[in-house]
Design a protein. Structure first.
Length: 705
């Protein structure tokens, strides 16, 4: 605690010496600008639990055109759908028994994709795909898809400081100016437009049926008997629609503020046609029949502006304008846009999916091993309340996590990997064997405690303490004692580097370090809560295995992976072993000299074409802790496909994953560490070279553990 306070005071003194950052200038100079219809350049407005993604017209005019790019989504935390379970598939039909030789002696049952018989495979496939996140509906100008070439974008930009979007375009020889935003507290889209056309375009409201596919926009535009939209209330300036998709029901409330006519033109297809050369309207999506009207647009826009000004003023900021390295401008752009995108897509009351609220990946479900990459940055960048909002979901999920641990023969809570708001575990031949999501609850709760404004985090200790204890209880029980080696080992797992097999893998390095740090932190929480520290946990922490290295002085992918550097399986996917001293602080498991050798080997030899967006910030964090500041910067800006950032700021991966928010979150977490350091670090900006090119200035960041 004293070291953390010392770092903070040093940062404060440096800030006064430099002068206050012009936050408005930093944010505004990075407003994203789009000047053409580009499938990868859609932009999003939202409030963290609801998001609305548009094309260059400022609305969702061409969803089919953008399907293969960054789709035009309207998604929420609450909007989910399941296809009818006509075969009555049950979760237990996807279970398979495994014996990994754990000390419990129990042959645990795991939820997997394929148990060997047709019924089990079908059950697993159904349970994996249901429920899936729901596209709530498209709002666009009534322009035929065939006319995309006739639309002439004149410029589009998000005013990040105030959270609204301005789009200008031409069509049919006439000009249009569109204004778009989302209410900060309610799931309401607001839009207005002006035109010089005497016959202004109608606005079209279209409602698709879900596709249920692994990765897509979630829009099936074919007719479906189970897809209905009914008018339940209508007057001269508003209408309420009830959407019915199988057993799912929700409501759409539309209000307009100028004379217009609302008509149904086909099933699930409506037009709002203005009588003047302009139109302003709101569209609210809700689970229940709305009880209150949407605020008028003038009130809503002021509420939106106030919300976003507070976001930028109260959180942290980094100013790269004093740097002379030509790459600094791009790093600042990525940082500012990542702050915006994570606040829009990942600040709801459930963990986010990897593609946020923009389009579906993995059926729209979220992956708990990714929550750290999405959400840790909120605590470090001055928005701990946004992290706490999603972390509260763990209380709801705890009964399911307890059930998973019991059926596998363990105490405590075993957090699932892939899930949905119900916390049901999705069957997976990989996800069911991962364990690195387990300590995330401890890490994130501790970040909240450290960020607590009153300085002692007592409220958070009391709130999350029971979950921390039960999470650690599983971690203790999962570790096996090796009598011959007088040590604890981890086995029967697929590590973060998912190319390794559960039946073969023993002691992967990142998981070993995380187990040590997580258990040590759980013990610290017991002390802070005036509880008696668990002596069995203390003994396990002291006897946990050290990381395995080879004869060349390099850490290997697992103690069981002797051929790490000759087998392509072990030099592809995540170089997760670096996380053992990067994401993690120094633990007794790690030798910094060996980790530096490993970093340098991976830098020169890794199969970088088989990596993911969060790998680059992970490498940067390891490099920073090892004093390799130049490599920390170079890692964040490495010229690789999966380290690409689009005009919107989204981290592009490949044709399947056109955006990947763990990359954005990892970038912000790495930058926080590179600026504010970590516990015990007394150097300002330890992650940037001291060559005179990186005069990085910042406010409000917190150090890493």
């Amino acid at each position: 605690m004293k070291r953390t306070v010392l770092c903070f005071l040093c940062s404060l003194l440096a800030l006064f010496a430099q002068g206050q950052i012009d936050r408005h200038a930093v944010v505004r100079r990075n407003n994203p600008v789009v000047e053409r219809l580009d499938r990868l350049s859609s932009l999003t407005v939202g409030n963290g639990g609801f998001a609305f993604t548009v094309d260059a017209t400022g609305l969702q005019t061409f969803p089919e055109y953008y399907e293969s790019g960054v789709p035009l989504g309207t998604m929420s935390d609450w909007g989910w759908h399941s296809f009818p379970n006509t075969e009555n598939y049950r979760a237990e039909e996807a279970l398979k028994e495994y014996d990994f030789g754990h000390h419990s002696g129990v042959h645990g049952t795991y939820s997997v994709e394929n148990r060997g018989d047709e019924r089990s495979r079908a059950a697993a496939n159904y349970l994996r795909a249901n429920p899936h996140r729901l596209h709530l509906g498209c709002i666009g100008f009534d322009i035929p898809l065939a006319d995309t070439a006739r639309v002439e974008p004149k410029g589009q930009s998000i005013e990040l400081w105030e959270g609204h979007m301005l789009s200008t375009f031409g069509y049919g020889g006439k000009g249009y100016v569109t204004f778009t935003w989302v209410h900060p507290d309610r799931d309401i889209v607001y839009a207005g437009y002006m035109t010089d056309s005497e016959k202004p375009l109608a606005v079209r409201f279209r409602f698709p049926y879900p596709t249920g596919k692994h990765t897509d926009s979630g829009c099936d535009w074919a007719p479906h008997a189970n897809n209905r939209t009914d008018i339940v209330r209508q007057d001269s300036s508003s209408v309420v629609l009830r959407r019915t998709l199988d057993a799912t029901t929700y409501y759409v409330s539309i209000r307009w503020e100028a004379p217009a006519t609302f008509t149904c033109t086909a099933d699930n297809d409506y037009r709002l046609t203005p009588r003047e050369q302009g139109l302003t309207f709101s569209c609210e999506y809700s689970e229940q029949m709305p009880q209150t009207e949407a605020p008028v647009s003038t009130v809503a826009i002021e509420e939106t502006k106030s919300h976003w000004r507070r976001y930028w003023e109260q959180g942290a900021i980094i100013d790269f304008s004093h740097c002379t390295d030509p790459r600094a401008k791009e790093l600042e752009r990525r940082a500012v846009l990542s702050q915006y995108l994570l606040a829009v897509n990942c600040a709801g009351d459930t963990p986010p999916q990897e593609t946020g609220l923009t389009y579906n990946s993995w059926f729209g479900k979220y992956h708990l091993e990714m929550i750290w990459w999405h959400q840790a940055q909120f605590a470090l960048w001055g928005h701990p309340e946004l992290l706490e909002r999603s972390l509260d979901w763990y209380f709801q999920a705890a009964p399911k996590a307890r059930e998973i641990a019991r059926r596998q023969g363990f105490d405590g809570l075993r957090w699932m990997k892939m899930t949905d708001p119900s916390a049901e575990e999705a069957p997976s031949k990989v996800g069911s064997f991962l364990i690195w999501q387990q300590p995330h609850l401890i890490y994130l709760a501790d970040l909240l405690r450290r960020a607590e404004k009153n300085g002692n985090g007592r409220r958070l200790l009391d709130k999350f303490g029971p979950l921390v204890n039960e999470t650690a209880a599983f971690m203790f029980d999962f570790a096996d004692f090796d009598k011959k080696g007088d040590r604890y080992i981890l086995k029967g797992i697929i590590p973060a580097q998912e190319t390794l097999r559960a039946a073969e893998t023993v002691n992967p390095p990142f998981e070993l370090s995380y187990w040590h740090w997580g258990m040590q932190t759980a013990l610290q929480w017991q002390q802070l809560r005036n509880e008696t520290q668990n002596t069995a946990w203390q003994r396990m922490v002291g006897k946990l295995s050290k990381l395995a290295a080879n004869k060349d002085g390099l850490y290997i992918a697992a103690e069981s992976a002797k051929d790490t550097y000759t087998d392509i399986r072990f030099t592809s996917d995540h170089p997760a072993l670096l996380g053992a001293y990067g994401i993690m602080p120094a633990t007794p498991q790690v030798d910094a000299r060996i980790m530096r050798n490993t970093l340098l080997w991976i830098w020169d030899n890794w199969n970088w074409n088989k990596t993911w967006g969060w790998d680059y910030p992970m490498v940067a964090m390891t490099a920073a802790r090892l004093g390799e500041a130049q490599k920390a910067v170079d890692a964040l800006l490495m010229d690789k496909r999966t380290n690409t950032y689009l005009v919107s700021g989204h981290n592009y991966q490949d044709q399947r994953l056109r955006l990947y928010l763990p990359g954005n979150g990892g970038l912000l977490t790495a930058l926080a560490m590179m600026c504010a350091g970590w516990d015990g670090c007394t150097e300002r900006n330890p992650g940037f070279p001291k060559d005179g090119k990186w005069d990085v200035r910042w406010e409000g960041l917190l150090p890493m553990p």
